[in-house]
Ligand binder design. Sequence first.
Ligand SMILES: Nc1ncnc2c1ncn2[C@@H]1O[C@H](COP(=O)(O)OP(=O)(O)O)[C@@H](O)[C@H]1O
Ligand SMILES: [Mg+2]
Length: 252
Amino acid sequence: MNVALTIDGIGVSFPGLKAVDGVSMLIQQGELRVLLGANGAGKTTLMDLISGKTRSTEGRVFLFDTEITNWEPHRIARAGVGRKFQIPSVFRDFTVRGNLDVASCSDPRVRANLGIGISRARRARINEVLELTGLADVADEQAASLSHGQTQWLELAMLIVQDPKLILLDEPTAGMTQAETHKTAEIVKGLRGQHTILVVEHDMAFVREIAETITVMHLGKVLAEGDITAIENNADVRRAYLGSHGIGVEAA
Ligand SMILES: Nc1ncnc2c1ncn2[C@@H]1O[C@H](COP(=O)(O)OP(=O)(O)O)[C@@H](O)[C@H]1O
Ligand SMILES: [Mg+2]
């Protein structure tokens, strides 16, 4: 098995606070890893450190064999780290398919010509991703007409067509209905094997549905790692979550 992401003792200090403190983690190629932890545990900051948004003060990050520690964000993105942000960056006036045409095409000249010059293979891939994200039925609708959930799936689809080596998802079900959350879990599960994913998620129903290995962060450190049963029965995790009514009950 190939290790897609190696995090070796990464850390960063903000004034008066060590937000991420010597975190180490290995994620295998094709793995779906869930990152869990109470508010302020350092999950988003860890993603910022991986994607280059925040510069680390200690430790190293490798994407496969390439060290990407503290590279500029655009360079890390180009190396194959794709990140989905909360705020949608879809082109509202374009169709769903139009958005995927743009996203799947790295050549700005082709971007300008929208659709022209998109190879048959790329078209097939776009159709595949439309199916995978449940958007095939709305492929020809304007992005502006999509529901909140569908817009998030389009964002995800735009990320997937770029075939990143690692996908970072920070709370992808935020603001979603229960049905949308369930569907998102289905979509993410469908990516397993093909894509390597690190997902921060609070919704325990979602976590139970998709989780293989879970990493729990607490106060900037890795507190525990294991499958859902091991995590729910872990004494340290239970102690850390006591203030928020236990891990299995409510969102952290
Ligand atoms: N740019 C920043 N400057 C100062 N403090 C920050 C900054 N970003 C995050 N923090 C702090 O770092 C801690 C971890 O935050 P964050 O990574 O957002 O946690 P999580 O995503 O797990 O909720 C929090 O205490 C937060 O207030
Ligand atoms: Mg966060």
